[in-house]
Ligand binder design. Structure first.
Ligand code: AMP
Ligand code: MG
Length: 491
């Protein structure tokens, strides 16, 4: 079956300093491991054609489709606080952009498609485990309603990649609003290329911040937009219990999507200082540090934009500072609003955040499961049946005091208990991609060539709020005394 993709590649029309034209490197024996049919249709692509031989060849990088203009994009970035003036797509190749049925322009990128001029010492490849991990977790985030890049397909290459051991290789097809990062701005700012910065601002406001495009001070309007989206995004991460793990500025999306699922993980027991990544030795990217780190990353964006904010540097810095100061209140507002939804509160009270913080403190102290605590609050709010939720705490009485306080607060709410329960069930997932389940699914795929557990987990994660999701084996937390799972960058 022939495959046609209506590419329209706006990034490849930018100046040549923005990218290097790089075709993917073909692989030996490509085989489809996963195809996201729903997303394919959303993009106006035919899933049948994509899963046929021509489609799999395109998804493996063995054939370049008509209209595709493969490029590796240039970017810089702060990695764990240290500036690297040139990173770039070392193993990802942008095939082009497609405008979907809703009019939204999206990048289609192959990750693990072979070396590029930015590969440095890397092989340009990806291993199957990390590819399936990104597939699972990014699609789970989408199902949870968190802005994210998406996974269209995973193809095994039939070749091995060499990390600590030989591993099966794979290519992920990633779909994103764009792959423009804070680091993309830093790349040109470091080179003092004001024309390139201007062109990048033009591109980004046209593509992601239409309101900003109307304003004379576009660069400032863009900064305001990115600050607002990142503030909302990080609040959603915290509500979901998500730890990104490697919030370097090159992994911070200008469009406000979660991007780069390397060592990420979800909390089981609530722990504000949770760190999973084996390379995050100092806990720079610990769960509760994520808002501060996002602000730090946005400050790097603001610095890059200084030449465009005003002719006078002091004035430019003042504008940037005022905008960055908007991050904390925007984050706080989104954070408390999300928790009101999770607690089923329709009205607003000044001390709602105290109520939330009291619960979170007790959860941290009592090692209560982040996801199940909120999920089970639904039943507790409706019927006062506390059995399910209090048993999640090391010392169940720690919940009881809070439960009294919560019901006093609920007494001030106007809506009926059953309606509240339904709303809470839509705000509190039963299923998240728990590390032990993800790990088991990946091990089966990599060690036993068995994709069935990956597929079953993937299906469960697609509907995390369903009433019957509570009974799913994937809703189960790890054993209380299980060792925490370490995660890796997957490079
Ligand atoms: P990441 O940790 O995935 O955000 O990657 C950081 C940088 O390393 C980016 O410039 C990547 O393109 C590059 N990189 C990661 N893995 C590889 C690899 N296997 N080959 C070449 N470049 C890589
Ligand atoms: Mg990255």
């Amino acid at each position: 079956m022939t495959i046609s993709v209506p590419f329209d590649n706006s990034y490849a029309r930018l100046p040549e300093t923005f990218f290097r034209r790089t075709p993917p490197t073909p692989v030996g024996a490509p085989k489809l491991a996963a195809l996201n049919r729903t997303l394919a249709r959303e993009l106006g692509l035919d899933p049948e054609a994509l899963s046929g031989a021509d489609g799999v060849n395109a998804l493996a990088g063995n054939a370049v489709l008509p209209g595709s203009e493969p490029i590796a994009t240039a970017y810089a970035g702060h990695q764990f606080g240290h500036f690297v003036p040139q990173l770039g797509d070392g193993r990802a190749i942008l095939l082009g952009e497609v405008v979907d049925g809703a009019g939204l322009r999206r990048d289609i990128q192959l990750k693990g498609a072979g070396p590029t001029p930015f590969s440095r010492r890397g092989d340009g490849r990806a291993a199957l485990g990390p590819v399936l991990r990104e597939y699972l977790v990014s699609e789970a985030m989408a199902a949870l309603g968190v802005p994210t890049t998406r996974a269209l397909a995973a193809v095994v290459t039939g070749e091995q990649v060499y990390r600590e051991t030989a591993l099966p290789g794979a290519v992920l097809t990633r779909v994103a609003a764009s792959h423009i990062r804070v680091g993309t701005f830093q790349f040109f700012a470091a080179r003092r290329d004001a024309d390139a910065l201007k062109a990048l601002v033009e591109h980004v406001v046209t593509r992601h911040y239409r309101d900003a495009a109307e304003r004379p001070d576009k660069a400032l309007a863009l900064l305001e937009g990115v600050v607002a989206r990142q503030a909302a995004l990080i609040a959603q991460w915290l509500h979901a219990g998500f730890v990104h793990g490697v919030m370097n500025t090159d992994n911070c999306s200008i469009a406000g999507e979660t991007i780069d699922y390397g060592p990420c993980a979800f909390l089981d027991a609530y722990n504000p200082m949770a760190v999973y990544s084996s390379i995050d030795e100092h806990g720079r990217y610990a769960f509760a540090r994520q808002p501060a780190i996002a602000h730090w990353n946005l400050t790097r964006l603001a610095e890059s934009l200084i030449p465009l904010l005003a002719d006078d540097v002091d004035q430019a810095v003042a504008k940037a500072t005022t905008t960055l100061d908007g991050f904390a209140p925007a984050f706080e507002a989104a954070y408390v609003a999300g928790y009101r939804r999770k607690l089923g509160l329709e009205t607003e009270r000044a001390d709602d955040m105290d109520l939330v913080q009291d619960l979170l403190d007790r959860m941290a102290e009592g090692r209560a499961d982040q996801t199940l605590t909120f999920r089970r609050l639904g039943a507790f709010a409706e019927t006062r049946d506390h059995a399910g939720v209090r048993d999640l705490f090391d010392e169940p009485t720690a919940f009881d005091d809070w439960g009294v306080r919560y019901h006093e607060r609920l007494a001030a709410e106007p809506d009926a208990a059953a309606e509240r329960r339904a709303r809470m069930d839509r705000a509190n997932p039963a299923i998240i991609p728990r590390n032990h389940h993800v790990d088991a699914a990946l091990r089966a795929a990599v060690e036993d060539d068995d994709l069935a557990p990956f597929r079953a987990l993937s299906a469960a994660l697609a509907d995390p709020f369903a009433r019957d999701a509570d009974a799913s084996p994937y809703a189960a937390p790890p054993a209380r005394d299980a060792d925490p799972i370490r995660t890796f960058c997957g490079t």
